[in-house]
Ligand binder design. Structure first.
Ligand SMILES: NC(=O)c1ccc[n+]([C@@H]2O[C@H](COP(=O)([O-])OP(=O)(O)OC[C@H]3O[C@@H](n4cnc5c(N)ncnc54)[C@H](OP(=O)(O)O)[C@@H]3O)[C@@H](O)[C@H]2O)c1
Length: 235
């Protein structure tokens, strides 16, 4: 099958990573962003697949303003949204300002919407693992990704910042703990849990809550203590 030519809309984090990955794989990519004088239809006229790597809230409006893209295969990358006129393709990864090595990109799983275009319809030249889900499950799927990835990032940043600013300890001394927690979670999942939740140690949980008095993150700890059931976790 002929490899399509890609028209990439956006110049943010995902757009930069996708342009880099497709370039590493030898694919032709034409990038359009809204500071260019030329319109996207004209700029991307000779491409086959339009990749909308733009903010979730902008996807629907962009397609309304540019209906001529109806002749192309149009793809968006939102993990939560279903968008009329575009196929959903979510890369299960975090993309920050630093680009990744080719092997990292190749390992990223992509999740599509069942009934829509599959990963290999969009990227016949790439070998990434891919899966599809019922579009109605996308909000749950995305919420789980956010809980696992973004929320834990916030929690580690909170701990490192407060070590520095409230305890006079270098935030970096948490790094071995972060690394080993990730390794143990990958190896043994919930079986790797230690600490007062795992032990059902109510006294220590109360002491911790006392330590967080006046801190907005106390509510996060309380919510977890209420949600987490060690008996259920061990079954
Ligand atoms: N970053 C991740 O880790 C990640 C992971 C999986 C999926 N995604 C998905 O990837 C997509 C892009 O996210 P991102 O993290 O790359 O966001 P981002 O870094 O904030 O970049 C957003 C891009 O959207 C463009 N944009 C916003 N409104 C626009 C409009 N009305 N018309 C044209 N362009 C517009 C911005 O243009 P300007 O540069 O001109 O402001 C910018 O280039 C989203 O659907 C997101 O859910 C992101």
């Amino acid at each position: 099958m002929k490899t399509p030519t890609y028209g990439l809309v956006g110049r943010g984090r995902l757009a930069s990573h996708m342009a880099h990955y497709l370039g590493l794989e030898g694919h032709d990519v034409v990038v359009w962003h809204r500071d260019l004088k030329i319109g996207p239809e004209e700029h991307l006229r000779d491409t086959d697949v339009i990749l909308l790597a733009i903010s979730d809230h902008a996807i629907g409006g962009f397609l309304d303003r540019h209906p001529d893209f109806g002749n192309h295969m149009v793809v968006h990358f939102s993990g939560a949204q279903i968008v009329e006129g575009a196929h959903g393709l979510h890369p299960l990864m975090t993309f920050g300002p630093e680009l990744y090595p080719q092997e990292t990109y190749r390992s990223i799983p992509f999740v599509t919407e069942s009934g829509g275009a599959g990963f290999h319809d969009i990227f016949p030249g790439l070998q990434n693992p891919s899966w599809s889900i019922d579009p109605d499950d996308k909000p749950l799927y995305h919420a789980l990704c956010v809980l696992a990835g973004n929320v834990t990032t916030i929690l580690w940043a909170k701990a490192m910042g407060d070590f520095e600013h409230r305890l006079g300890l270098p935030g970096d001394i948490l790094r071995p703990y972060l690394r080993q927690s990730a390794v143990n979670s990958l190896d043994r999942g919930m079986g790797s849990l230690t600490g007062p939740f795992a032990r059902g140690d109510r006294n220590t949980i109360d002491l911790d809550l006392e330590g967080l008095r006046g801190d907005p993150f106390r509510e996060v700890y309380v919510a977890l203590a209420k949600t987490f059931d060690p008996l259920e976790a061990n079954t």
